[in-house]
Design a protein. Structure first.
Length: 628
RNA sequence: GGGCUGGUAGCUCAGCUUGGAUAGAGUGCUGGACUUCUAAUCCAGUGGUCAAGGGAUCGAAGCCCUUCCGGCCCGCCA
């Protein structure tokens, strides 16, 4: 609680006044004010004006008069604005102290939305037959950021990555390895996932057009993958594990970690589908078609104008969507867990244990990764299928909102970037396609960013060691990439442009990180240890107050972001913090003032800013270096 | 054809969930600020029929309806 204390006080007092007027059931707002309108505003006069059929301004006059007679701790004055708004001015000497003290605590910004309940977040979920491209990164960064925010909102979060290791895309590269003569090891120490995606997958897909007999081979391989016993299946398993390892390296490099890897092949072989199939039949959620175009199939009826969806083909096999249902049910703990768990071969860089499912019996302690609620991060092209799963899950659980599909628009390539990949689009943006080789790999974007930032740092700091430069360049590159992926709303398409993505000015992570580095530098140079044992009355300059106010808004933004599953709220908050600080920095001197008390007071703000920004950036998975 | 979704400054986007003040950022362009705590910065200027039309409201970028334009989805593929 911080700025929220002021808002709560005002909210309570307005309620008291309304009680005196014998008015209830008015849902007025009490919000941080726009610049120039005090510190907090309320629209209560408009709503009350409606109630009493009076001019809002008259009501505001009456309310401000009544309010000023009340006991206030944190409000110094209330004004009625000619527009009808009620504007509150804070007692900053007191609020300064509250906010600055609070911001020094470890849990600053934490809110209790989750009440320590368990929630599953599934993201990434990429076919292990290629390297991660920039489109996958949006999913991964979104999922990771949401997980971090939910943890801050007091949820226990289980992060899952569903590895689709038995689909058609995997079959494709196996065709390449086994029938088109691709060597098992990549040339020139190329990363294995890049080799599989850039070379084998693309070229194998091209060959299908020239040689239709390959289609049959592919079909057979797909079947063997699902059975899982043949030599081919074992070979495929080796290949997909190797690709997966590379993909996970990319994720780890971006600061993304998981709790458990789930393998589609194991879900299929576990027999979970049969349990679910019976349950669907019992609950009359699916129907057997005796005639029509889907004769002989089990279907789920389409809602409003949607077509019926086939779950079980007339030959008795389950379709893609059907396979997703048992997994969704597993995540919610609606089926008996058929899995055992073992540790992933490598330790995650954050030292957090990564588990993976296995069907092989072992003596390990049984892990538990299910949740009372599930969030599945998948792009919005799957809205329709996800809606079917959402409906089924709420019926299984007899509860709404237990399964949440967090959809987002996909990442496309700008016309210029498509051109550099050999596709002329007449100035239009282009959908990425793994099949056609039309994508930008995440690793390459990272490398380009790192080269650029390394040059920049070297230019600014000729004295720095290569090791230090590389470390800083890493944080800036990861920050830049992550920030670009979440700063806009989920329903907005991201048009990725290689050149523009390398921009480090303006509304970017480096801008924010730079503000942090400036703060670090002030504290370092002052040679004093920041403390909250200061004279708060000295902090009354508009730039100081504005910065403290922004620091005080942290928890409210965390709440907003968690409630609405909207990570961009935190991105914008970090940017706001940096803007407030940069403005402060340009106008207010901190060290060498010849006034020890004032210097201590200002140093306290700088330190609070630094601590708060660090926590907020952590929610975005971004690290701010002390120098850059 | 049906469904979902977007349209706000030259460009990229906030604001819309919960209607109310002067519609905000970044970028671009123009000009200014580094012997000073790092100029990856700051300050100022420029730039808007909030896609169009209608409706309900004292009041609409926001709510309802219609239309236009863009994107995506609609297989016994995954």
């Amino acid at each position: 609680m911080s700025f929220k204390l002021l808002i709560d006080e005002i909210d309570n007092n307005i309620h008291k006044i309304l009680d005196d007027l014998s008015v209830s059931d008015i849902l007025f707002s009490v919000e941080p004010a726009k610049p120039g309108f005090g510190d907090v505003s309320s629209n209560v006069s408009f709503l009350l004006g409606k109630h009493f059929k009076k001019n809002p301004k008259e009501i505001a006059d009456m309310l401000s008069e009544k309010y000023n007679q009340l006991q206030s701790t944190l409000v110094s004055n209330v004004e009625s604005h000619p527009s009808g708004y009620l504007n509150f001015f804070a007692n900053w000497e007191k609020l300064n102290q509250l906010i600055l003290s609070e911001s020094n605590l470890d849990y600053y910004g934490s809110v209790d939305l989750g009440k320590n309940s368990i929630i599953v977040v599934e993201h990434t979920s990429v076919n292990p037959n290629k390297a991660l491209h920039i489109g996958h990164i949006r999913n991964i960064v979104l999922g990771d950021t949401i997980s971090r925010i939910l943890k801050k909102a007091n949820y226990k979060v289980n992060v899952l990555n569903y590895v689709d290791d038995s689909g058609l895309q995997v079959a494709d590269i196996i065709v390449g390895f086994r029938h088109l003569g691709f060597a098992q090891d990549p040339p020139n120490e190329k990363k294995f996932d890049h080799y599989c995606g850039d070379d084998i997958y693309v070229k194998t897909t091209e060959k299908y057009e020239q040689d239709p007999s390959l289609e049959n081979i592919r079909k057979n391989i797909l079947k063997e993958l699902e059975d899982g016993t043949s030599e081919i299946a074992q070979f495929a398993d080796k290949i997909t594990r190797r690709v997966l390892e590379n993909q996970i390296e990319t994720c780890w490099n971006l600061g993304v970690y998981y709790d458990c890897l789930n393998f589609e092949s194991q879900i299929i072989r576990s027999g979970l589908w049969n349990q679910i199939f019976e349950k669907l039949k019992e609950m009359n959620l699916i129907e057997f078609e005796n005639n029509g175009k889907n004769i002989g199939c089990w279907v789920i009826r389409g809602e409003n104008n949607d077509e019926d969806k086939v779950l079980v083909r007339s030959n008795g096999t389950a379709t893609y969507i059907a396979k997703d249902i048992p997994y969704a049910a597993w995540k919610l703990g609606l089926v008996n867990d058929p899995f055992n768990y073992e540790k992933y071969d490598k330790l995650q860089p954050d030292n957090h244990i990564l588990w993976q499912t296995t069907l092989v019996p072992n003596n390990n302690f049984k892990q538990n990764f299910i949740g009372e609620k599930v969030i599945t991060v998948i792009d919005s092209r799957q809205d329709r299928l996800q809606k079917i799963i959402t409906t089924i899950m709420s019926k299984f659980k007899s509860k709404q909102d237990v399964y949440i599909h967090l959809g987002y628009e996909s990442v496309t390539l700008s016309a210029d970037t498509a051109k550099t990949l050999g596709l002329n689009t007449d100035g239009k943006q282009a959908q990425m396609s793994g099949r056609k080789g039309l994508y930008v790999n995440a690793d390459s974007v990272y490398d380009l960013l790192k080269n650029k930032t390394t040059d920049e740092i070297r230019r600014r700091h000729p004295e720095m060691s290569d090791f230090e430069i590389k470390q800083i360049a890493h944080h800036i590159s990861v920050g830049t990439l992550r920030y670009e992926m979440i700063k806009q709303d989920l329903d907005k398409m991201i048009t990725f442009d290689l050149t523009k993505s390398l921009s480090l000015d303006g509304d970017t992570a480096p801008y924010i990180q730079y503000a942090f580095a400036r703060a670090s530098r002030i504290i370092e140079k002052s040679t004093r240890i920041p403390s909250i044992d200061i004279d708060f009355s000295l902090l009354n300059d508009q730039f100081e107050i504005n910065l403290i106010k922004t620091i005080g808004l942290f928890d409210m933004h965390v709440m907003d972001a968690a409630k609405n599953l909207s990570p961009k709220v935190i991105a914008r908050y970090c940017h706001d913090l940096a803007v407030s600080f940069n403005s402060f920095y340009e106008h207010v001197k901190v060290i060498d003032l010849g006034n020890e008390k004032l210097e201590n007071s200002r140093l306290c703000i700088v330190n609070s800013f630094k601590l708060t920004l660090e926590k907020a950036l952590e929610l975005l998975g971004i690290t701010a270096p002390d120098k850059m």
